[in-house]
Design a protein around this ligand. Structure first.
Ligand SMILES: Cc1cc2nc3c(=O)[nH]c(=O)nc-3n(C[C@H](O)[C@H](O)[C@H](O)COP(=O)(O)OP(=O)(O)OC[C@H]3O[C@@H](n4cnc5c(N)ncnc54)[C@H](O)[C@@H]3O)c2cc1C
Length: 134
C-alpha cells in the first residue's frame, strides 16, 4: 500500500515537494487555502494573456537544485550578472542569496552563528524526515 502524504500549501515549495515525492509513487494530497497554485510564483491570466507574478531570477549555489528545476523550466544562465546584497550596518556587500561563508566576514558573526546553531537541530530534523521519505 502506498504511503499517504499531505502537503499543506501549493506555492513553490509545496509544488516542488509534490513533484519530487510523486516520482517515488506516494499517495499525495496537496491542499491550498486559495483556489490556484503557485502563490508567490503564480501566473495570472487577463484577457487571455499570461502575467507572471514573483521571481525573475532563480538564485542558487546548488547545482543539483539548478539541474532539477532546469529540466522542468528551462532557464537562461545569467553568468555576467553578480547578485549582491548590501548590509547597511556593516557598510558591506555580500553574496545574494547569502552564503554561509559570508557570515564569517560579518562583524556580528559570533551573534549570527549563535542563532544559527540554536536552529541547527531543527534543520537536522527536517533533513532526517526528507531522507526517510526520499
Ligand atoms: C514580486 C516578487 C518577486 C520575487 N522575486 C524573486 C526572485 O527573483 N528570485 C527568487 O528566488 N525569489 C523571488 N521571490 C520570492 C519567491 O517568490 C518566494 O520565496 C517563493 O515563491 C516562496 O514559495 P513558498 O512555497 O515557500 O511560499 P508561498 O509562495 O508563499 O506559498 C505558500 C502557500 O501556502 C498556502 N497556505 C498558507 N497557509 C495555508 C493554510 N493554513 N492552509 C492551506 N494553505 C495555506 C498559501 O495560499 C500559498 O499558496 C519573489 C517574490 C515576489 C512576491
Amino acid at each position: 500500500m502506498k504511503k499517504k502524504i499531505l502537503i499543506i500549501g501549493g506555492g513553490f515549495a509545496g509544488c516542488a515537494m509534490a513533484h519530487q515525492l510523486n516520482d517515488k509513487k506516494y499517495d499525495i494530497t496537496l491542499v491550498d487555502k486559495n483556489n490556484s497554485l503557485g502563490a508567490g510564483v503564480r501566473t495570472s491570466f487577463y484577457g487571455g494573456h499570461p502575467y507572471t507574478f514573483g521571481p525573475r531570477h532563480f538564485l542558487t549555489f546548488n547545482k543539483k537544485v539548478f539541474n532539477y528545476l532546469n529540466k522542468i523550466v528551462p532557464m537562461r544562465l545569467c553568468g555576467d550578472h553578480q547578485f549582491l546584497t548590501y548590509v547597511e550596518s556593516d557598510n558591506e556587500f555580500y553574496n545574494y542569496p547569502l552564503h554561509y561563508d559570508d557570515v564569517k566576514k560579518m562583524p556580528d558573526k559570533k551573534k549570527i552563528f549563535k542563532e544559527l546553531n540554536k536552529k541547527k537541530k531543527y534543520f537536522l530534523k527536517i533533513q532526517k524526515i526528507l531522507r526517510t521519505t526520499g
